[in-house]
Design a protein around this ligand. Structure first.
Ligand SMILES: Nc1nc2c(ncn2[C@@H]2O[C@H](COP(=O)(O)OP(=O)(O)OP(=O)(O)O)[C@@H](O)[C@H]2O)c(=O)[nH]1
Ligand SMILES: [Mg+2]
Length: 291
């Protein structure tokens, strides 16, 4: 789970006896607590051990710089840009409640601001009763079109319709919502595989991306979520929602490292403007309480 004052605690540890086994044990525990993942924590401690012994790390700032550099090498970033010549389809995935629908509205608002393009929203969550209304509400507020069918209908058909209608109206960006929960996990995976297939066959010429929303407050469970969605349909990038909460999002290090999926955006609140491109340096400074 989220750990408070992570960087400050690292610095405090460093101020103690740096060559004692307790220091290295506590360091590893703290890195794991910060959601960096067992492998990363273990490796980083090993590296720090060597560098302290070789006297390459003498000061607190040497120490923090090494931690920052190491984490920086793990994190993969990508600046998603919609394709100019092709239809762009973004399928937004994630378990229930992580912030998918809100992130869709924020993405639509972001593309409008950044590129002056209106998106078409596709109400692919037909499972949860209020999901369609929620997306329509955002569409209304943002003044963007929403393609939908009734609750309980086939999400593949909704997205198929959205693509047809976008082609006929010359729309450039489709952002599609999906259900975060089904009767069981197997159903969810099957459903997503079906949707994925439909989009692939409909958009041979398009640019199709799958974004996974991870809730910053979920800790290591976020890695398991990313793994299962990535195995099912393949993920092109992560949106880390609820970054404004107490969590500093150490989980992105594990996701990048283990799955080689880039981080695209941070969700920083509930408003339409609360989405920013992921900036590695800012992220690490915040994680490590630097500057
Ligand atoms: N503070 C904060 N709240 C967020 C953020 N993103 C989403 N939320 C809130 O999280 C809650 C769930 O967001 P939704 O967008 O409905 O999540 P979802 O994944 O679509 O949920 P389901 O459709 O039920 O699976 C809402 O109250 C959002 O306002 C964020 O970046 N920061
Ligand atoms: Mg939703």
């Amino acid at each position: 789970m989220a750990v408070k004052n992570f960087g400050t605690r690292l610095k405090k540890l460093f101020a103690g006896d740096k060559l004692s086994p307790v220091f290295f044990e506590s360091l590893e525990d703290l890195l794991i607590e910060g959601d960096l993942g067992a492998k990363t924590s273990f490796e980083l401690v090993d590296q720090i051990k060597t560098e302290i012994k070789n006297k390459k790390i003498k000061t607190e700032s040497d120490f923090m710089e090494l931690v920052k550099m190491y984490l920086s090498n793990q994190i993969i970033v990508d600046d998603y840009t919609p394709n100019n010549d092709k239809m762009n389809i973004i399928l937004v995935l994630g378990v229930n409640g992580v912030g998918k629908t809100t992130s869709i509205a924020k993405l639509a608002s972001f593309f409008k601001k950044e590129y002056g393009i209106n998106s078409v929203l596709s109400a692919g969550d037909t499972f949860r009763a209020a999901a369609i209304d929620q997306l329509m509400h955002h569409g209304h507020k943002l003044n963007m079109r929403v393609v939908h069918q009734q609750h309980g209908s086939d999400p593949g058909a909704v997205i198929f319709d959205t693509i047809e209608s976008a082609v006929s109206k010359n729309d450039r960006i489709i952002i599609a919502d999906t259900a975060g929960r089904m009767h069981n996990r197997e159903n969810l995976v099957k459903e997503l595989e079906k949707i994925d297939k439909i989009i692939k066959t409909k958009t041979k010429e398009g640019s199709y991306k799958k974004f996974l929303v991870i809730d910053a407050t979920t800790g290591q469970n976020g890695l398991r979520q990313a793994e299962s969605f990535h195995n099912a349909v393949g993920i092109d990038g992560v949106i880390l929602a609820k970054y404004d909460s107490s969590s500093k999002g150490g989980i992105v290090v594990s996701i990048c490292r283990d799955l080689k999926i880039p981080i695209l955006f941070l969700g920083t609140g509930e408003g339409y403007n609360d989405l920013v491109r992921f900036n590695k340096n800012d992220f690490l400074n915040n994680l490590l309480d630097l500057k």
